[in-house]
Design a protein around this ligand. Structure first.
Ligand SMILES: Cc1cc2nc3c(=O)[nH]c(=O)nc-3n(C[C@H](O)[C@H](O)[C@H](O)COP(=O)(O)OP(=O)(O)OC[C@H]3O[C@@H](n4cnc5c(N)ncnc54)[C@H](O)[C@@H]3O)c2cc1C
Length: 296
C-alpha cells in the first residue's frame, strides 16, 4: 500500500541572528526586517515524509501559510524532493496566533484532501508554542502523535510510531489518517538535489508571475500561468476566497492572543562569592543563607 502525506512547513525568522527592533507596535513580528530560514523541525518532518515515501511509495505535498516570500521555502521543499507545493496566502490571514493559524491550515487541508498522514514540526522557533500541529489535528477530528522520533511500521491503515518522552520513548499505534509532529533528532534532512534545483528554481506562484509581468506589456499573466502549469512549475496559492473561511476566525482579528511586548533577556553575572568545598565552607554558606532568610 502507498501513502499520501502533506507536510506543514513554516518560514521563520532566523532567531539566532536577531538584531534591532523587530516587533511591530501591534505585538506581531516585522518579518520583513529579519533573515528567514526553513523552520528546522519542519525540514526534519519533510525528510521523515520523504523517507516514508521512499519505503512505501505514494506522494509528499507541502503547504505553508505565509507571505509571498514564503515561496522560497516551498521551492526548497521541491529541491529536497516534495512532489507538490501550496502557498496559503492572503492579507486577511496576517497576524494570526496559533488558533487562527491552525484554523486556516485545517481548512486548507480539507480543501487539498486525499491524505493519510499530515506531518508537522514539533514547534516553530519563532512562536515556540508547539500548538499548531495538535490544534490542526483537533480541528480536523484526527488522531495525533506528537514528538515522533521514527515511524517504525506501516501496515494498511495502522502505523507504529516511536515517540520521545522524558528519559525514554513510547511506541504507539495510530489509525490513519492521522497527524504527527516531529522532533529534531528524527532524521537528518537530505541536501538539495542539484537536478531538482535546476528544475524547480523557476517554480513560481501566481503573485510572483504577476510581479514578473509588471511593467512588461508583452507578458500576460494568464499566458504565463498556462506555460508554468504545463511545465509543472506552477505553485498554486490558496486565498481566503478559495478556502471559504469564516473571516472572523482569521488573521489578527481572529486571534485572541496579543503579544504586548517582547524583550531579549540577558542574564548577567553580578557580585559573587566563592565558597571553598570544605566543611567550614559549607557551614559558612548555611549561616549566610539563614542570615539572608533564604533558609530557616
Ligand atoms: C514572541 C512571540 C510570542 C508568541 N506567543 C504566542 C502565544 O502565546 N500564543 C499564540 O497563539 N501565538 C503566539 N505567537 C504567534 C505565533 O508565532 C503564530 O501564531 C504562529 O503563526 C504559530 O505559532 P508557532 O510559531 O508557535 O507555531 P508552532 O505551534 O510552534 O508550530 C508547530 C508546527 O506547526 C506548523 N506550522 C506553524 N505555523 C505554520 C504556518 N504558518 N504554515 C504551515 N505550517 C505551520 C509547522 O509544522 C510547525 O513546526 C507568538 C509569536 C511571537 C513572535
Amino acid at each position: 500500500m502507498s501513502y499520501h502525506s502533506i507536510v506543514m512547513v513554516k518560514q521563520v525568522p532566523d532567531t539566532a541572528n536577531i538584531s534591532g527592533q523587530v516587533m511591530k507596535p501591534d505585538g506581531t513580528v516585522n518579518r520583513s526586517k529579519l533573515p528567514t530560514i526553513f523552520n528546522p523541525e519542519d525540514k526534519v518532518a519533510l525528510e521523515l515524509a520523504l523517507q516514508f515515501r521512499d519505503r512505501f511509495g505514494g506522494t509528499v505535498r507541502v503547504m505553508t501559510m505565509g507571505p509571498l516570500k514564503a515561496s522560497d521555502l516551498l521551492r526548497e521543499c521541491l529541491y529536497m524532493g516534495a512532489d507538490e507545493a501550496f502557498l496559503i496566502s492572503d492579507r486577511k490571514f496576517a497576524g494570526a496566533d496559533t488558533l487562527a493559524t491552525s484554523y486556516v491550515l485545517a481548512e486548507a487541508l480539507r480543501k487539498l484532501g486525499n491524505y493519510d498522514i499530515i506531518f508537522a514540526g514539533r514547534q516553530a522557533i519563532d512562536g515556540d508554542t508547539a500548538q499548531v500541529g495538535p490544534q490542526t489535528a483537533e480541528k480536523l477530528g484526527l488522531p495525533q502523535i506528537t514528538y515522533a522520533e521514527a515511524i517504525l511500521k506501516a501496515e494498511g491503515s495502522t502505523i507504529t510510531v516511536k515517540r520521545k518522552v522524558d528519559n525514554g520513548f513510547e511506541v504507539l499505534e495510530g489509525t490513519l489518517p492521522l497527524l504527527i509532529t516531529v522532533v529534531k533528532d528524527a532524521a537528518t534532512p537530505r541536501p538539495f538535489r542539484a537536478k531538482r534545483v535546476m528544475a524547480y528554481k523557476n517554480a513560481h506562484t501566481l503573485l510572483e508571475l504577476e510581479k514578473m509581468t509588471e511593467g512588461n506589456s508583452l507578458l500576460y499573466v494568464d499566458q504565463l500561468k498556462e506555460e508554468y502549469v504545463s511545465k509543472g512549475l506552477f505553485i498554486p496559492t490558496l486565498t481566503a476566497d478559495d478556502l471559504d473561511v469564516d473571516l472572523n476566525r482569521c488573521g489578527l482579528g481572529g486571534s485572541p492572543t496579543k503579544v504586548h511586548k517582547i524583550e531579549s533577556v540577558v542574564l548577567g553575572g553580578s557580585a559573587h562569592e566563592t565558597i571553598p568545598a570544605t566543611k567550614d565552607g559549607m557551614y559558612a554558606l548555611i549561616d549566610k543563607l539563614m542570615e539572608d532568610h533564604i533558609f530557616g
